[in-house]
Write a protein that binds this ligand. Sequence first.
Ligand SMILES: [Zn+2]
Length: 173
Amino acid sequence: MKNELVYPGKTISTSEELEPSKGTFEQSGIVYGSILGKLSTEKLQATVNGKTIRMLKKGDLVYAVLEDVLSEQMSLLKFQPVDNVGVDNSFAFMRISEIQKGYTERFSDYVKIGDYLKARIVEVKKLGTYLTIAEPDLGVVKANCRQCKKQMTREGNGFKCVCGNFEKRKVPK
Ligand SMILES: [Zn+2]
């Protein structure tokens, strides 16, 4: 348990085993971590030494991978960790109206599963965090070829592969 990595909300012990100290909090007899860091249990005190984590909020720039297209209207993304921001919000949603300004018929014309996106948080709700790539500087920043799976390089309004394949995406300007 000592030196274990603790993150906000992680159960450390009961308050009978360890007394809550710096970087922890107690609730109903259980000691939880309140920051990201390493656990110390000296003198029967639970102490977490590390950084304060800032939770994701509206307006934050994030990186996320497109995991799935759930319906014609909604897609599922997984956050990619950047520094120490937002570890407890691992998934996010993106509505089709957040792909670009104006009408989008299909997600697959602009983003594909596995694409690495630069996005911005538009909403943080209890049941989910929502992203947008509709701004000019947002969109797909890394993509792999559908034909040969290699990572492609940015070209024009999409990506080009060494195999000759070109794929359109919503890319940052
Ligand atoms: Zn290819």
